[in-house]
Design a protein around this ligand. Structure first.
Ligand code: HSE
Length: 437
């Protein structure tokens, strides 16, 4: 049998501890599968004393992850610290430059520096594996990188943040507050160290930017993503969506349009009857639409120690199974130097359906004035309904509109005009509608 694969892990938080534990518990099984043992020989973490449910006594400790990457006698450097810069970037770069394979779950790092790190990995003939960076345990990177060769992707979209999906699911099912759901997501280990990254959509954006590169063969462009989080979604939106046959999900969407590639992250109405609407709780889902395959939908556990560890261990096992002389495939499906420049499509040109919820003064002519503004902007309505608003907030009415496909520019102009007309008593709520193929 070949020599053991020596692994160094930087970061022993929820995911890192799960990886170390599973590697120990499944050591025999992994050895049989890979034809060699996988041994953790070095680690780096802030607290040496914490009980992580695994015996790390024979393992070399480093206070500095960059020193671990540079100096430890390892074959694979596993980066599970997080952060788009700082020690995570420095240590991954150091490991790749020294010809060590890298496995990371760090979507922020890849989103910002993935292409330059891929170039170093490819130059040095080592692997940079990152299955755990997108959609937790779902093997979406492998699928897009390896299994869709020859397919032209037209759209990729999905539920890419477990915390947000968990919050929206419980808000709808139990009618409980946003804050209570978020606290539970943090307690269960789903949320980022700074949970605003989850709820304001940044985490989804990081993951989407990676999927965009894999889907369209372009450089990663995280600053070109239109971004809205879920912090202003209310029970009123969730209930109105349900009445109209929709459910609200935080989606990341990348699609080709006439003017370039659209990347957007925002709360989205999806038809309740669609498969993606049935994806509940911490589960993630990714839909990929291509010319040859049609629509592929992958779903599974999107966050949490074990789900993420499963993807990390799959990546380590792939390295254990690879042999010297084997040419590793490119990190983003095609060589880093051949990734095309990203061409951004303007958000104002986005075409789709819209849900608009307006809280208005209860007086004659308001309903007609709203309909007029829509017509002036060539917006065709699928439905318009008026409801009594919450009596506790005064003598108001709620008007809910669902549009047929129209442009973002038209919607913005119409809503601006309605706001200027002086009929609104609250900020208008606009939520885009996405229809799966
Ligand atoms: N905070 C992330 C989520 C963890 O909730 O999905 C997985 O990337």
């Amino acid at each position: 049998m070949s020599e053991a694969l020596r692994v160094g892990i930087a970061g022993l938080g929820t995911v890192g501890a799960s990886v170390a534990r599973v590697l120990a518990e499944k050591a025999d099984e992994l050895t049989r599968q890979c034809g060699r043992a996988i041994t953790v020989t070095a680690v780096s973490a802030r607290d040496r004393t914490r009980d992580r449910g695994v015996d790390l006594s024979g393992v070399q400790w480093f206070d500095d992850p960059v020193a671990l990457a540079r100096e430890a006698d390892i074959d694979v450097f596993v980066e599970l610290m997080g952060g788009e810069d700082g020690p995570a970037k420095a240590s991954v770069q150091a490991a790749l430059e020294r010809g060590k394979h890298v496995v990371t779950a760090n979507k922020a790092l890849l989103s910002r520096s993935g292409v330059s790190l891929a170039a170093i990995a490819e130059k040095n003939g080592v692997l940079l594996n990152y299955e755990a960076a997108v959609a937790g345990g779902i093997p979406v990177i492998k699928t897009m990188r390896e299994s869709l060769a020859g397919n032209s992707v037209s759209r990729v979209f999905g539920i890419l943040n477990g915390t947000c999906n968990y919050i929206l699911t419980r808000m709808e099912a139990e009618g409980i507050s946003f804050e209570e759901c978020l606290a539970d997501a943090q307690r269960l280990g789903y949320a980022e160290a700074d949970p605003t990254f989850d709820i304001e959509g940044n985490d989804t954006a990081h993951k989407l930017s990676i999927l965009t590169s894999l889907a369209f063969g372009t450089k990663i462009s995280p600053d070109d993503i239109y971004l809205e989080g879920i912090s202003n979604i209310t029970q009123a939106d969730i209930k109105a969506a349900a009445e109209l046959g929709y459910r609200i999900k935080l989606l990341g969407v990348a699609q080709r349009s006439e003017s370039g590639i659209e990347q957007r992250v925002h709360p989205t109405m999806v038809p309740t009857s669609s498969v993606i609407a049935q994806v509940h709780g911490v589960t993630n889902a990714v839909a990929i639409e291509t010319d040859i395959l049609g629509e592929l939908l992958l779903s599974g556990p999107g966050a949490g120690g074990n789900a993420t560890a499963s993807a990390v261990i799959g990546d380590i096992a792939d390295i254990a199974k690879s042999r010297p002389g084997f040419q590793h495939g490119p990190v983003f499906g095609r060589p880093a130097k051949e990734l095309a420049p990203y061409k951004k499509a303007a958000m104002r040109k986005h075409e789709g359906g819209y849900f608009i919820r307006l809280t208005v003064h209860d007086r004659t002519g308001v309903f007609a004035a709203i309909a007029k503004r829509m017509a002036e902007n060539d917006i065709s309505l699928e439905s318009i309904v008026q409801r009594a608003a919450d009596p506790q907030i005064g003598d108001h009415k709620t008007v809910i509109l669902v549009t047929h496909s129209t442009s973002e520019a038209s919607i913005r102009k119409a809503v601006e005009a309605i706001t200027k007309d002086g009929h609104l008593v609250d900020k208008p709520q606009v939520i885009r509608i996405e229809r799966p193929a």
